[in-house]
Design a protein around this ligand. Structure first.
Ligand code: NAP
Length: 306
């Protein structure tokens, strides 16, 4: 019997690669094929290609891991950021609406201004402070407009993995190259491993497949606990030293955001309230240190095999 297709857009990104790596161990692979499309296979900005490709694949579930994610560059490349994060998402959502498909889309804590002091709820007021956040919010609004009952938006924060570019990999590189490091200590958030995010996505699909309960609307996801980037850097160093990924401990100093100016402002506080997600979806709930250990172990395994 032919299995239905789940189509993954943005397959070469860090979340896209994690979804593919975890797929064979998921029970879902007994029931579905995962068709992984990188940007080369499908540019979500091209409406005609989106229509032709997705129709040819007879897709009933679409996961969008494609995005413009260069936060600082977005300040100078707003048109590009909106073309991908707004119009590209509109193209996917339009096709999904016309073809009665379910769309699972990923968004960001950067839709909030970061002036809060308690975790942001899915319906908290959005107020992005940079171009990237504005473009991601515009994409969310496309989904809410076009797919009010069959679009899921998962907002996540501080995403990292053993793939691509992210804070963990940057810290490991700099901790090898530099005699000391300064890391921002006044931005508070929650790291999210792509592993836990991928497992959440699979759990949402399982719920729809096994129980016929297809969720829609906005859900928040991160790993458990809130920290600063400085705390995260210290934990990365500690675990990397234990795993032998680093051989020397360098001093890491806390600094303020004012001492580390960037083209795009970051939210000072971007903790996401995950209670709706945890009460709705049966998913694992490890804290950020446990998830970091999994990724550090993966990076160590890559390192020792190369
Ligand atoms: N990274 C974070 O810290 C973070 C935090 C919160 C939320 N998020 C959200 O989480 C999601 C996954 O992020 P990620 O870190 O996995 O991103 P990523 O590693 O930057 O991957 C994004 C992928 O999208 C692809 N892409 C860009 N434009 C495309 C287009 N027009 N058509 C098709 N594919 C396109 C990119 O291809 P190219 O490499 O060829 O450009 C890349 O492979 C995104 O929605 C992001 O906004 C990320």
């Amino acid at each position: 019997m032919n299995k239905p297709n789940i189509v993954l857009c943005g397959a070469a990104g860090q979340l896209g690669q994690t979804l593919q790596a975890l797929w064979p161990a998921s029970v879902l692979c007994q029931h579905f094929n995962l068709v992984a499309l990188s940007r080369e296979d499908l540019d979500i900005c091209n409406k005609g290609d989106v229509r032709a490709k997705l129709s040819s694949l007879n897709c009933k579930l679409l996961i969008n891991a494609a995005a413009y994610t260069a936060v600082d560059q977005a300040e100078e490349e707003q048109d590009n950021a909106f073309a991908i994060n707004d119009t590209g998402v509109e193209n996917l959502a339009t096709w999904a609406a016309e073809n009665h498909a379910w769309l699972i889309h990923i968004s960001t804590d950067f839709v909030f201004d970061g002036n809060g002091s308690s975790p942001y709820l899915p319906d908290s007021e959005t107020k992005p402070i940079g171009a990237y956040g504005r473009s991601k919010l515009a994409g969310e609004q496309q989904i809410q407009r076009l797919l009010p009952d069959s679009g899921v938006i998962i907002r996540t924060s501080w995403l990292y993995s053993e793939y691509g570019n992210n804070f963990v990999k940057t810290m490991l590189r700099l901790m090898k190259e530099r005699p000391e490091l300064k890391v921002v200590n006044d931005q508070i958030g929650s790291p999210s491993s792509t592993h836990s995010l991928a497992e959440l996505i699979f759990a949402m699909i399982c719920k729809a497949h096994d129980c016929g309960e297809q969720v829609s609307g906005i859900y928040h996801w991160s790993d458990g606990g809130n920290i600063s980037w400085f705390d995260f850097a210290l934990a990365i160093q500690k675990q990397a030293l234990q795993q032998g990924l680093l051989s020397t401990q360098i001093p890491v100093q806390p600094i303020t955001s004012n001492e580390y100016p960037t083209p795009a402002k970051r939210p000072a506080y971007s903790v996401l309230d995950r209670s709706l997600t945890l009460s709705t979806i049966d998913c694992s709930n490890l804290n950020w240190e446990q998830q970091l250990q999994i990724v550090i172990n993966k990076i160590a395994a890559f390192d020792s095999s190369s």
